[in-house]
Design a protein around this ligand. Sequence first.
Ligand code: PMP
Length: 380
Amino acid sequence: MKAIYLDYNATTPVDPQVLAAMLPFFTEQFGNPASSGHSFGWQAEQAVQKARAQIATSIGALPHEIFFTSGATESNNWVVRGLLETARQPLHFITSPTEHSSILSAFKWLEGQSNVEVSWAPVNKYGQVSVDDVAKLIRPTTRLMSFMWVNNETGSLNPILQLTKLAKENKIYLHSDATQAVGKIPVHVENSLVDLLSLSGHKIYGPKGVGALFIRSRNPKVQISPLLLGGGQERGLRAGTLNVPGIVGLGEACSIAAAVQQQESMRQAGLRDLLQQNLVESFPGLQINGHPDERSPNTLNVTFKGYVVPAQIAAIAISRGSACNSESMRASPVLQALGLSETDAQNTLRLSLGRSTSKEDILATIGILRQVIQAKNSQA
Ligand code: PMP
């Protein structure tokens, strides 16, 4: 029997319409967009321009503010490294401990650089930062604050609109990792006034290995140094022959995500709430780790307090709150920041819904979790 897939925050399948748009660019339309002397190149360049415009429109940006990368990890790393060289040091950067590992690791690297200081904003029990706490950390040398829009593990939202206001007042760049926000909640760079924003194809029914970084070009124009040097692609900031099929797929995926976001978010939130309510009733003491309301519509992260969750639940594809290292099961950094113990993290599951999730999937999941967790605990 095929497992029920409830791990859409890890990755999503490619939408058939996205795949159809991509396919010609592997074969007949294989040109290099940098080949400006013939029709193969022009065709590819046109497709890239179309994708850039699709992505820009979907987030309220201008096409020339979209830079293609290999995914959100690269976009996040670029922001951190790219802002180091463009201002006089010493420099100060702010983030929080509930960010994705691509921000956490980049900030840990920053901490090791001379003339650079990093502050970690505290988070509440849902993993969110508060504007007042962040305001206290600002210094005259602060260059960048980086806060994710939606947390990949808990689904909790950060107060991005208030944080950008704070950043503007203090003339600091605000970067948001919106990888888990695009397609789930409205993401608009003019309404929110973020300066830099990361997104990724494979979280929004596009292909893996392609993403984008939005870099604001006015009010203010963000000064960032090139990530890769070479043939001058991407306005000299990120060299390398463009991944045309991937870019076409990302463009199509962004257009579809913007078109269906509102309706899908309502539908998925309804199913997620059904799941949550049934689990709360079935497992007294169940702890919900994301914010009750300020949360992505598709995500449910729960700790089965007082129960032992079996190590394997083959019938459902879900993500766990802990990862093995050689000696023990360690809570994920996000759950550690929320104050969960290793035992609690071992009994924590993240269930994330997507466009193909049906009510039948949710009802079956409730039945399976009741069965496997209750069976395990009656043995214990
Ligand atoms: N940021 C967040 C919030 C994510 O969830 C992920 C993917 N797990 C990434 C960044 C990294 O994205 P990519 O896989 O495109 O490198």
